[in-house]
Design a protein. Structure first.
Ligand code: SF4
Ligand code: SF4
Length: 364
C-alpha cells in the first residue's frame, strides 16, 4: 500500500471507493455476511465488523476453519518472500524471526497466517460453553501501533482498516509491543532495511490482517467473512455493527467485546459468557504452550488500556514523531529513486529507533 493511497486509494478515489462499496453493500449503511445481505440506512461511515460467537463453531471437521483457509489463500500474494536462506540476525542480538519453515501453521498468528480460531471451554452459570473465537487485528479507532511507528509505516485508513505498508516497515516490532493483543507478526530477511542498512537497522517486516483492504477497494467482502459457512461475521458501518452487536448481546443476555478495549475498536465480538472468563481460559491455554511468553496468541483482556493514554505512551509518541519525520523522508526519497529506476544507495537512515531489545529471537 502506498502512502499517497491515503488520498487516492490506488487507481480509484475514496469517493469512488465508497460509491463502489455502497453499490456492493460494503460501506456504512449496509450489513453483509457471507450468506445474507441486509440493507439498512446509508451513513457513509467507516466500516466495522461484528463477530457473533454464538454462531462460530470453529468449523468442526475441517482441518482449517473456513475463514482461516480463505484468508491464507486470498492474501498469499502479500506474504513475505525472503530472498536469502541464511537470514542475518538483528544486530546486536543473535536471533531473528523466521517463519518460512512454518508457513503451514494455522494455530496462531504468523506472517503467513493473519487470522486463527481459538477454542476454549468456559463454564458460566452452571453451563459449559465451547467458545470459538476468530482472532485477527481489531482495527482500532486510535491504534497505538500506528502512533509509535517511527517510519509511519502503519496507517489508520479513513475507511476503517489499519494497514501496514510493507515497503516502509523496518520490522522493529514496537507496534506489536504496544498492541494489547500482540497482533502484528514479524518476518526477517525482507523489507526496506535490507536496502538501507542491513547490518545496523531493522528486523524485517510486520504482517497482520488488513481487513482485505484491496478487496474492499473492489467492492468485495473480506475473504474470511465471505467464507464463513455460519454467517458468524458481518461487515457494515462501524456504528451499525456496534448496534448489531449490542442488540445480539441483549437478545441472548450476552457480552460485547471491542467497544471499549484499547480506547475503542471497529471489531465487535458478542459472547454468551463474560469475556473475563474467555480471557482467563485463553491465558490458561497459553500457559500450556511451549513458549507462553510469545506474542501472537492473544487473550481478551476486558477494558484493555490504550498504551497512548499512559504517561510512557505519550512520551514515546512525542519522541517518535520527529524521528518518524526524518526516517520517513529518507524512505520516501528511496522510494522515489526506486520509482525512477535508480535502485542504488539510498539516504542513510541512522539505525533503528524502533528496535525492541527485550523481544528476542523467534517468538514462538
Ligand atoms: S489490534 Fe493491535 S495491531 Fe490491530 S490496530 Fe489495534 S493496536 Fe494495531
Ligand atoms: S479480513 Fe481478510 S486479511 Fe483480515 S483475517 Fe479476514 S480474510 Fe484475513
Amino acid at each position: 500500500m502506498k502512502r499517497e493511497d491515503n488520498l487516492t486509494m490506488g487507481s480509484i478515489s475514496r469517493r469512488d471507493f465508497l460509491k463502489r462499496s455502497m453499490g456492493a453493500g460494503l460501506a456504512g449503511g449496509v450489513i453483509l455476511t457471507g450468506m445474507d445481505k441486509v440493507a439498512l440506512a446509508s451513513t457513509g461511515e467507516p466500516v466495522g465488523t461484528f463477530i457473533d460467537l454464538t454462531k462460530c463453531d470453529g468449523c468442526p471437521g475441517k482441518d482449517t476453519p473456513a475463514c482461516v483457509a480463505a484468508c491464507r489463500t486470498t492474501n498469499q500474494h502479500k506474504f513475505p518472500e525472503p530472498a536469502a536462506d541464511d537470514i542475518a540476525n538483528y544486530w546486536p542480538q543473535k536471533k531473528h524471526e523466521d517463519w518460512t519453515d512454518k508457513k503451514g501453521l494455522t494455530s496462531r498468528l504468523t506472517p503467513y497466517n493473519w487470522t486463527f480460531v481459538q477454542k476454549v471451554e468456559v463454564e458460566h452459570e452452571g453451563t459449559a460453553h465451547e467458545v470459538s473465537v476468530p482472532r485477527r487485528c481489531m482495527h482500532c479507532d486510535n491504534p497505538p501501533c500506528v502512533k509509535v511507528c517511527p517510519f509511519s509505516a502503519q496507517e489508520k485508513r479513513p475507511e476503517g482498516p489499519v494497514v501496514i505498508d510493507d515497503e516502509l516497515c523496518f520490522g522493529g516490532a514496537k507496534c506489536r509491543d504496544v498492541c494489547p493483543w500482540g497482533i502484528p507478526a514479524r518476518q526477517a530477511g525482507v523489507g526496506l532495511y535490507l536496502k538501507l542498512a542491513p547490518q545496523l537497522a531493522g528486523g524485517g517486516v510486520m504482517y497482520k490482517c488488513d481487513l482485505c483492504y484491496d478487496r474492499l477497494e473492489q467492492g468485495k467482502l473480506p475473504a474470511c467473512i465471505e467464507a464463513c459457512p455460519n454467517a458468524a461475521m458481518q461487515i457494515g458501518g462501524q456504528a451499525q455493527m456496534l448496534e448489531a452487536a449490542r442488540a445480539r448481546a441483549a437478545e441472548i443476555g450476552g457480552y460485547v467485546y471491542g467497544e471499549k478495549e484499547n480506547g475503542g475498536t471497529s471489531t465487535f465480538y458478542v459472547s454468551p459468557v463474560p469475556f473475563e472468563k474467555v480471557h482467563k481460559a485463553l491465558m490458561e491455554q497459553k500457559q500450556g504452550q511451549e513458549n507462553p511468553q510469545a506474542p501472537s496468541f492473544p487473550g481478551m483482556p476486558v477494558n484493555a488500556e490504550n498504551f497512548l493514554e499512559s504517561a510512557n505512551g505519550l512520551a514515546i509518541s512525542l519522541l517518535v514523531a520527529p524521528v518518524a519525520g526524518i526516517v520517513g523522508a529518507g524512505a520516501a526519497a528511496y522510494r522515489t529513486m526506486k520509482g525512477q529506476g535508480e535502485d542504488g544507495a539510498p539516504p542513510a537512515s541512522g539505525g533503528d529507533p524502533e528496535r525492541v531489545p527485550e523481544r528476542e529471537g523467534n517468538d514462538e
